[in-house]
Design a protein. Structure first.
Length: 190
């Protein structure tokens, strides 16, 4: 498929898969940080992922606090998205290359989720400090495992918390040191 139809099909596949991958990734991360299960946003995420994950949980238990079913589903969805896009573009890429690229994309997504959630949390602390809503509660739950060690490393200076900057720099370094090489490896395998 080429031209406008190929572009439209690629856009549609990326959008549909991307939204569901985002929801499953949020479920994985929120479970990992033990966020409030009764939060309305958490409930939406659980209900949206339960039909697919419930049967998987019977065979794939959690290992070390990581929901293995979520991880397998994420890799399968990302792999499926990339495979469909390569088919639309009429390109043949080996499965190994698609698998490595899928892992790189998922790692990049997790980094972006943390970067944007920290940025939103910082902006909200400036705009409306001390306020609470369900989304902010989840953002605090999600970000605290990263921000707390950074606060111990760099304590607040003059009442200004610099831990978000430290964590954002560290996340960018992780992207440079791990995502980039994984993408290069996928390119070499392809």
């Amino acid at each position: 498929m080429g031209g406008h139809i190929g572009n439209a099909a690629t856009f549609l596949v990326e959008t549909l898969f991307g939204l569901y991958i985002l929801i499953v990734m949020l479920r994985l991360l929120l479970q990992w940080v033990r966020a409030d299960f009764y939060n309305p946003l958490s409930q939406f995420i659980v209900k949206a992922t339960r039909p697919v994950l419930a049967p998987m949980h019977r065979t794939l238990p959690a290992v070390g606090g990581i929901d293995l079913a979520c991880v397998v589903l994420l890799v399968a969805l990302q792999f499926g998205e990339l495979w469909i896009i390569m088919e639309i573009l009429d390109r043949r890429v080996p499965a190994g290359a698609l698998l490595v690229f899928s892992i790189a994309e998922l790692l990049q997504l997790a980094i972006y989720i943390f970067l944007f959630s920290i940025l939103i949390q910082v902006v909200m602390s400036w705009i409306n400090p001390g306020s609470y809503n369900p989304v902010l509660g989840l953002l605090y739950s999600l970000n605290e495992p990263l921000l707390a060690p950074a606060r111990r490393l760099v304590p607040p200076i003059g009442g200004l918390d610099l831990s978000p900057i430290v964590v954002m720099v560290a996340l960018q370094l992780v992207a440079i040191l791990f995502v980039g090489p994984l993408r290069q490896l996928a390119g070499m395998l392809g």
